[in-house]
Design a protein. Structure first.
Length: 241
């Protein structure tokens, strides 16, 4: 069984006092820090660049879990790895061949396992050659079966909201997909991101997730330490620990 890890998402933090916010969740028991990188094209929002990750790296010893929600992960992966990320997760939809991924009103959906091998290999090489962890993410509408390279990654991220904005509601229909991914890849970290709270975390963890990304539920909580402890307790109980 992979250990439970709680990864507060910096997207929900107060960026005017970012050092204090990071230190607050670090002292509160966070295992990782989750950094959402959005380019305004793959998702309808813009967030942080590599220079921000460089500064975050200077103020924390927590592992930095960087999620690239960008259309050119092969361009951004090496830059963020060099900036201090410990793991880089890219979207499977972003390295699909033309026609395999469809842009829906909610976001991109990958219909079949049809990847641009040149771009996919460039991402893998950029991350592995720098000794970083490698993850792959899929949007809520993308089926688990399109991931045909699970033996090459350390982490799978099943988005439990459509990416782009924080504070969204957990999508219940993703829970069976979490279970399918855990059955297909029992030895990797299985991460969930979006709408996680003391109730939904039990369903996600019960299906097999062990890495819990929570932004609103940690940074926006009155007591970050208590919130992190409650999330961990819920996930551990769901795992029977």
């Amino acid at each position: 069984m992979k250990p439970i890890r709680i990864a507060p998402s910096l997207l929900a933090s107060d960026f005017s006092r970012l050092r204090d916010e990071i230190q607050r969740v670090e002292a509160g028991g966070a295992d990782w820090l989750h950094v959402d990188v959005m380019d305004g094209h793959f998702v309808p929002n813009l967030t942080v660049g590599p220079v921000v990750v460089e500064w975050i790296r200077r103020v924390t010893r927590l592992p930095l879990d960087v999620h690239l929600m960008v259309t050119g992960p092969e361009q951004f992966a090496p830059v963020f790895a060099d900036a201090g990320a410990d793991s880089i997760t890219f979207q499977a939809e972003a390295v699909a061949r033309e026609g395999a991924a469809e842009r829906t009103p909610q976001g991109f959906v990958l219909r079949r396992a049809d990847y641009d091998s040149r771009r996919l290999e460039a991402v893998v090489e950029a991350v592995r050659s720098r000794g970083k962890g490698l993850g792959v993410a899929i949007n809520p509408g993308t089926p688990a079966g399109v991931l045909d390279f699970l033996d090459r990654v350390d982490l799978i991220l099943a988005m439990t909201v459509w990416p782009g904005f924080g504070g969204q509601k957990f999508i219940e229909s993703v829970v069976p997909k979490i279970g399918e991914l855990r059955r297909r890849a029992p030895g990797v970290d299985l991460e969930v991101d979006g709408g996680l709270n003391e109730q939904t975390i039990r369903r996600a963890a019960g299906a097999g997730a062990n890495v819990i990304v929570a932004g609103t539920g940690t940074f926006r909580a009155p007591d970050a330490a208590a919130a992190i402890a409650a999330l961990r307790r819920g996930a551990e109980e769901a795992h029977g620990l």
